[in-house]
Design a protein. Structure first.
Length: 258
């Protein structure tokens, strides 16, 4: 094979490469130090990361594929998250290979991603240990293996779905990132909530309270509701819906839209 194949790129390309490396280094340093680790907490801001990804994709003007931007951004965020206190991600549920793919697509290769057999074990790890997250199949998939009712158990009530994979619509399996964190608004979000609905009247009561939502899964009287807007846990409309008859209505997660 001719040596010409291995010829270095033109000199004029090098300044652009150096600028790119400097920009990446500066941005990574900012991400890593922006939210320092504090006692008993992990500095993870998935809503801000999702909002920034949208800005990056829109700013690219279509030159670079959105999927490529998302892969680079998520990998950078994964490295920074390890620097800010992430020690492990436990993956469980669904097809094992696909679930691992979903976790890697969100966190990249810096975090320690560990598969476990039982979803309950992944949730227990996230509940007990600072710096640990769980990565599970997206809960709107009804049928065998539904895990979202566990979020109503007293031991897991501090856990919440705080993000979702994939970062770009339609790329990879849908996964939920679960941790002991408070859901935050990214600007374009879907919310998940649970409640007891013995009379199958949830959607009517929600509409009357001014927060229309869809029942997307059911486990006996317990229902999983999706809202197409960010709703804070202390939103007064939730209390109106509870008084109307939705016993135990509570926000359990958010998914920044890809």
């Amino acid at each position: 094979m001719s040596a010409e194949v291995f010829k270095p790129a033109a000199e004029s390309v090098e300044p652009a490469r150096i600028r790119l490396l400097h920009a990446l280094n500066e941005y990574w340093t900012q991400l890593a130090q922006e939210n320092p680790v504090t006692a008993g907490a992990m500095a993870f801001r998935p809503a801000r990361e999702a909002a920034e990804l949208r800005r990056l994709i829109r700013g690219a003007g279509g030159g670079l594929p959105a999927e490529a931007i998302a892969r680079m951004w998520r990998s950078l965020c994964g490295d920074a998250l390890v620097a800010r206190g992430l020690t492990a991600v436990f993956v469980a549920g669904g097809d094992a290979a696909q679930s691992l793919e979903g976790a890697r697509s969100y966190f990249g290769f810096a975090p320690a991603i560990t598969p476990v057999i039982e979803i309950r074990e992944a949730l227990e790890r996230a509940e007990k240990t600072v710096g640990v997250l769980a990565c599970l199949p997206w809960p709107e998939h009804a049928g065998a293996g539904q895990w979202w009712p566990m979020l109503n158990e007293n031991r897991f009530k501090e856990l919440a779905i705080v993000a979702g994979s994939p970062a770009v619509s339609g790329v990879g399996p849908r996964m939920a990132i679960v941790g002991k964190l408070t859901p935050e608004a990214s600007g374009e979000d879907d919310m998940l909530a649970t409640a007891h609905d013995d009379t199958h009247s949830a959607e009517r009561w929600l509409a009357e309270a001014g927060i229309p939502g869809d029942v997307v899964a059911r486990a006996r009287s317990l229902i999983l509701i999706r809202f197409n807007e960010f709703i804070a846990p202390d939103d007064r409309r939730l209390e109106f819906a509870r008084k109307a008859g939705l016993d135990g209505l509570r926000i359990v997660g958010v998914r920044p839209r890809p």
